[in-house]
Design a protein around this ligand. Structure first.
Ligand code: ADP
Length: 249
């Protein structure tokens, strides 16, 4: 843009403006990938429901209805519907975990862990040492612990009774460290970082899930200024998730 207000004798001047759009383009590309994956993941159960509905129609129009067969078609429809419900629930959590204003208060993590174990009906499977108090958003931190404990209970070998231990310690001045240890199947080699990416699943389809839980967890921890890592136990008997949050002082 030429600048003409500097008088007839002055050197001609121009104003150049640079704007960095890299972040905006990256965010747009991320959103497009996100929307594509959501559409794909929602279409799967929807197609299943359509398929089972067609089977039901065929069975009904054939005249001789087999109640056991009809029951199993309906059961499959229920499973697909509940997969859609949990994906939509996780998507909503994902959206709110990034946008919801953080309301910092004094939070008793022990109380939260007990409430989670009770509401999941697994008080005998979750052991909780004395945990530090933190300065954090109670709702978001509950979401973090619920996701980590839920995973610890889910990713166990068939027939194994899950055991989850939640411990706490200080992690330098002003920070609390919380660990969630399980007796599950552990993480495949090279997955420790990738499991925190949106929609990334490390164990295929034999375990239900959307691949959003840990992305939500990491986002919440980062919004509190903390960090989160995952690793396998040294004895190979499960995994350990370790996070830091601002300690209450
Ligand atoms: P989801 O459980 O819905 O698949 P998450 O984002 O919570 O999604 O977890 C991502 C992946 O990380 C899981 O699919 C699983 O492969 C792995 N994972 C998470 N927690 C554990 C755990 N406690 N033990 C073993 N693997 C885990």
């Amino acid at each position: 843009m030429p600048l003409n207000d500097s008088g007839a004798d002055a050197e001609p001047r121009a104003l150049l403006m640079f704007r960095d759009y890299t972040e905006a383009y990256t965010r747009r590309a991320e959103l497009a990938t996100f929307a594509g994956t959501v559409a794909h993941d929602l279409r799967n159960p929807l197609s299943a429901i359509e398929g089972w509905t067609e089977m039901l129609e065929d069975e009904v129009s054939s005249g001789g209805i087999d109640p056991a067969l009809v029951g199993s078609f309906i059961q499959q429809q229920r499973l697909a519907t509940s997969r859609m419900h949990s994906l939509i629930g996780d998507l909503l959590d994902h959206a709110t975990s990034g946008n919801r204003r953080i309301e910092v208060e004094k939070v008793d993590l022990g109380e939260i862990v007990h409430a989670i174990a009770q509401s999941r009906g697994v008080t005998s499977m979750v052991r909780c040492a004395e945990l530090p108090w933190v300065s954090a958003d109670r709702v978001l931190v509950s979401q973090v612990l619920d996701n980590l404990i839920g995973n610890a209970l889910k990713y166990v070998a068939p027939g194994v009774v899950p055991h989850v231990v939640v411990t706490g310690s200080t992690a330098g001045a002003g920070w609390a460290r919380i660990t969630v240890t399980d007796n599950g199947i552990g993480l495949p080699p090279g997955e420790q970082e990738r499991i925190f990416q949106e929609f990334h699943r490390a164990h295929g389809t034999q375990y239900d899930g959307t691949g959003l839980g840990l992305a939500i967890v990491r986002r919440i921890v980062i919004r509190h200024g903390g960090t989160i890592t995952a690793r396998n136990r040294d004895d190979g008997g499960g995994s350990i998730f370790e996070l830091t949050l601002p300690a209450y002082s």
